[in-house]
Design a protein around this ligand. Structure first.
Ligand code: FPP
Ligand code: MG
Length: 300
């Protein structure tokens, strides 16, 4: 897709650190690819609301830099070995270079927002990152525990929803709409749906398509929606004997056979349906609606 190529090129063009190692971490991460769903949503919201959305391009790059920074940091925190089908950057460049490189991308993103956006845009993205980082702490503290649906949603709204909020909120803001807080709020639902699908794919996806190992959440003791949705059919002691332990395959199969993956996909669809209903009142919302439908249908 031409638009994606252009975005990837802009991501490389705006990357101008003086230190080669930072450039190496950046290129390695950008060239690994990715869905670029956050910048695509930002640009499409802006386009739906106004003509001539060229000015949003640097901010779309910035939102993907923030996403990149968060994954670089996350892979250090998680001790990940693989990302997007390749050895993770921490494995190649080491934890220190990756944490500091991540800091560079985050700062570069804020610089782009200050130079090409406005104070409100800076406020929206900073708000999202404050939300994200706190949720990561909540998630760390929840390892090995069986969570309620409410506790789980609180975590994913922060770790994923917040950046989708900023994507859609900034898209509306740069499209000149006074409704940017509403778009910030619906973005949270889109991110929630996106993370629900991610969590379903961790039970049922293929490593080849996802570019990262599957079945990891159970092994790491991360309690996500597929498990939560079938807990009432399981014996808690049987679960705890397996959850977060070396061999979680039997537990994974049980959750799948009880319908945990379907329940999760259905929950994601509900969130997206609400967003689509909201968007239907806008003219030219067809493309955006198509993108949102693809979020819940995806298998990678
Ligand atoms: C991946 O989750 C991680 C996130 C979606 C958010 C990570 C956020 C931070 C580390 C804080 C923000 C920091 C900065 C500098 C912007 P996962 O571990 O469930 O998914 P995975 O399997 O793809 O790793
Ligand atoms: Mg991770």
């Amino acid at each position: 897709m031409v638009e994606l190529d252009r975005l990837n090129q802009l991501m490389l063009d705006y990357l101008d650190p003086e230190v080669k190692l930072v450039l190496d971490v950046g290129k390695y991460t950008i060239e690994a690819g990715g869905k670029r769903i956050r910048p695509i949503l930002m640009m499409e919201v802006c386009r739906m609301l106004s003509e001539g959305c060229e000015r949003v391009a640097p901010l779309a790059v910035g939102i993907e830099y923030i996403h990149m920074a968060s994954l670089l940091h996350d892979d250090v925190v998680d001790g990940a070995l693989t990302r997007r089908g390749r050895p993770s950057a921490n494995l190649i460049f080491g934890n220190q270079a990756v944490v500091l490189g991540g800091d560079y991308f985050y700062a570069k993103a804020l610089w782009l927002y200050a130079v090409y956006g406005n104070l409100k845009a800076v406020e929206l993205v900073s708000r999202a990152v404050m939300h994200m980082s706190q949720s990561q702490i909540l998630e760390l503290n929840s390892i090995g525990k069986i969570l309620s649906e409410e506790e789980y949603l609180r975590i994913i709204d922060g770790k994923t929803g917040a950046l989708f909020s900023a994507s859609m909120g900034v898209g509306a803001l740069m499209g000149g709409s006074p409704l940017y807080e509403e778009f910030y709020s619906i973005g949270l639902k889109v991110g929630r749906a996106f993370q629900l699908i991610d969590d379903a794919l961790d039970y049922s996806g293929s490593e080849d398509q996802l570019g990262k190992p599957v079945g990891n959440d159970l092994k790491e003791g991360k309690c996500t929606y597929p498990l939560i949705s079938v807990m009432s059919h399981l014996d808690i002691d049987w679960v705890m004997d397996r959850f977060g332990k070396g061999d979680t395959e039997e537990l994974r199969r049980k959750v799948v056979s009880l319908g945990g993956v379907e329940n999760t996909r259905e929950r994601a669809k509900l969130e997206i349906k609400e967003v689509i209903n909201y968007l239907k009142s806008f003219e030219n919302s067809e493309t955006l609606i198509e993108i949102l439908e693809s979020v819940v249908k995806r298998d990678r």
